[in-house]
Design a protein around this ligand. Structure first.
Ligand code: LLP
Length: 437
């Protein structure tokens, strides 16, 4: 496993943020999500220093779906970043952190009336309209609250980025956005411009997630700028903003490239500046929405070994006390991860094992064929790079309790979410009292 951020081998035991994993296990139990604050800070600094331009203002929105908690929202706000949400639940979590309202932006392809009202009542920064139906829906809510709302329109720009099928978002049949090739696209834009309560900022796109191909982003920028210019001329209005989404790739294993975020940002800025120059067009604000690239590598999951099994077929399993309930990505996307026996770092003898969780599901394997030091009962296994879409996609399958989340830095640990309890699980349950014959 490649160490990242502040990970250190101290006498064979892994330390993150100066705190040993054995201490973390003793204090918070396992499974445990651990976030290295310095790791996240470095990513934010790289994004901020790379994504700047003299030609337009740049804005970074943290895509909170990657990992969100009240503490995370408070952490993000300290860096002056904006934040987005795609549901009432995410909004409510962000509100609970007392996040500056005008730095909150709302996404979603099927926003409920309640969710739209939450946005308008709380005067959030903007709503990204996904489709034509939302124009009047948002307009009417604004009318009811006698407020105006800044909006963008999410476009499907038809770029087939090279990533997993499930996380591509700009193919022609994607459920997100309105296609720039739709014959009614002009009418849709016109309708937004004409809706009095809506202040049209510009266009948004997001071509997909875990993308390494710089050219896909540049192609996206080119398409967005050209389309924005066309609409600006057609309707004779100034369109001040474009948002090119997130999706910047992250190294999970040696099969992935190690991305230099600062360099990638500079490259994207170059693409935008060059395209604007070629098109003789101006944009005032350019937005990006990184999620994974901020949190993935800074996050790890710590498990305790409960046992092992050598199958008749020859496969050796190590049983860990979590599984697909805290990380569904292997089962869902065939995602790959690296791991170590975190209390036996100096052990050189390795064996090939599969890390299986405790769910009633054969696919509940976090890593297949991991090369690990020989481990035994109560050893600690750390799976790295689980910070994005691990906690946020966790579930209570088999009534598993969701793990605690802890932030670490400078030898200190900060509990951000406590482990769920059986009482939490039962807190929504009601009696069924009907008599049956
Ligand atoms: N903006 C929009 C509109 C998005 O839909 C997404 C991700 C992002 C930004 C952030 O993308 P990121 O920088 O995190 O790649 N569950 C999947 C990923 C789904 C991504 C959904 N949208 C996974 O675990 O890989």
């Amino acid at each position: 496993m490649k160490f990242s951020g502040t990970m250190k081998n101290v006498d064979g035991v892994l330390e993150i943020g100066g705190v040993s994993v054995t201490d973390l296990k003793n204090e918070f139990g396992t499974p445990l999500y651990i976030y290295d604050l310095e790791g996240m800070e470095k990513k934010i600094r790289d994004l901020k220093s790379g994504f700047t331009s003299k030609k337009f203002k740049t804005n970074i929105v943290y895509a909170s779906k990657a990992y969100l908690s009240k503490g995370m929202a408070q952490f993000i706000e300290k860096f002056g970043l904006h934040i987005d949400a795609v549901s009432g639940g995410e909004l409510e979590t962000i509100f609970s952190a007392d996040f500056q309202r005008d730095k909150i932006h709302m996404h979603g392809n099927n926003k409920s009336l309640d969710e739209i009202e939450m946005c308008v009542e709380n005067s959030i920064g903007s709503i990204i309209l996904d489709n034509r139906d939302e124009i009047d829906r948002v307009g009417e809510v604004c009318k009811k609250f006698k407020k105006n709302m800044d909006v963008m329109l999410r476009l499907n720009i038809g770029i087939d980025a090279h990533t997993h099928e499930y996380i591509k978002t700009a193919k022609h049949n994607s459920k997100f956005g309105e296609s720039i090739f739709d014959t009614e696209i002009d009418e849709i834009v016109k309708k937004i411009i004409n809706r009095e309560e809506l202040n049209f900022l510009g266009f948004h796109c997001h071509i997909g997630s875990q993308i390494f191909d710089e050219m896909a982003f540049c192609e996206g920028v080119y398409t967005m700028v050209k389309f924005t210019k066309e609409m600006s001329q057609k309707f004779n209005i100034e369109i001040p903003d474009i948002n090119i989404g997130g999706g910047f790739g992250v190294r999970y294993t040696e099969e992935d490239t190690d991305v230099d975020l600062k360099k990638l940002m500079k490259k994207i800025i170059d693409c935008i500046e060059n395209t604007l120059e070629e098109e003789e067009f101006n944009i005032q604000n350019v937005w990006i929405e990184p999620g994974r690239s901020i949190v993935a590598a800074a996050g790890s999951t710590l498990y305790t070994v409960g046992g092992e099994k050598k199958t008749f077929g020859g496969e050796k399993y190590i049983f860990i006390d979590g599984g697909m309930t805290d990380n569904i990505r292997t089962a869902l996307y065939s995602a790959k991860y690296e791991s170590v026996v975190a209390n036996k770092l100096n052990e050189t003898k390795k064996e090939v094992v599969s890390l299986a969780g405790k769910c009633c599901e054969s696919g509940d394997v976090i890593i297949k064929n991991a090369r690990l030091a020989k481990c035994s009962l109560n050893d600690l296994i750390l799976v790295s790079c689980t910070g994005a879409y691990g906690h946020s996609m966790s579930s209570n399958y088999n009534k598993a309790l969701k793990p605690a989340v802890v932030f670490v830095k400078d030898k200190k640990s900060y509990l951000i979410s406590r482990r769920e309890t059986y009482q939490d699980l039962l807190s929504t349950e009601l009696d069924f009292l009907l008599e049956v014959e």
